[in-house]
Design a protein around this ligand. Sequence first.
Ligand SMILES: Nc1ncnc2c1ncn2[C@@H]1O[C@H](COP(=O)(O)OP(=O)(O)O)[C@@H](O)[C@H]1O
Ligand SMILES: [Mg+2]
Length: 265
Amino acid sequence: MTCDSAESRDDERDPVLAAWRAAGIEGRAVRWDDPGVDWSVFDAAVVRSVWDYVDRRPEFLAWAKATAGVTRLLNPAPILDANTDKTYLRELGLPAVPTHWSADDLPDWPEYVVKPAVSAGARDTIRTTDRAVARAHAQALTDAGRTPMVQPYLDMVEAEGETSLLYFNRTFSHAVRRNAMLAGGQTLADNGRADLRTPAPDLVELAEKVLAAVPGDLLYARVDLIRLPDGSPALMELELTEPYLYLSHMDGAADRLAQALTELL
Ligand SMILES: Nc1ncnc2c1ncn2[C@@H]1O[C@H](COP(=O)(O)OP(=O)(O)O)[C@@H](O)[C@H]1O
Ligand SMILES: [Mg+2]
């Protein structure tokens, strides 16, 4: 389901529904928070563009739990629960972007990124060289009851970019290189740009370790990786809730998603 509206259109919705139809799966877009929906009439409910959960996470997770009680929710509710708060990065035990989880005792880094643990689309995220500014933003997030994440700004995002690897039912489909979202001097369109790329073997290896650390059904997974200054790969984010899937970048990607759904049903 979706939070689709005229203002924020999910442009992957129609291609996905068409691919499902071709695979014999009748689907339709439904708002997750529509109180008039009887979820039990569906064989499955697939979470897609629920971008508005960020401000309503408790409501969204309660909905997920209730819906999972009456139909097959994909991805499953416990996965959504864990994945919508980036503190999961601490628990994976795999290489991730170095993160300081408090407004106190910030490390000395040339440049900082400060973001909330519950976010999407780089919302409430700042980039600054000023340690006091970084501290103040982390403190403001803390004061608002949110968990701050303070990271070094990794300028590799501007050179090699961030690599997103897409997996459907744990099978690799395709990967894209995404432009840096916090780099200066770019238009918004540039920020959203992505190009198909063949991921380096060390990126594939880390992505598969990350997925292996998550038990349960994964209809879709996007593993966002970046390189640290020493060249080693690190996890920026594991997107198991509402990732954009870059389906139009790769022939057959929507069909592979339909195939994965068929397998799980
Ligand atoms: N430490 C960092 N160094 C460089 N760029 C970053 C860093 N953290 C985030 N960004 C940029 O901001 C974007 C959004 O951050 P991310 O952690 O993926 O959160 P979300 O996508 O949930 O908002 C990333 O895709 C990346 O382009
Ligand atoms: Mg992200």
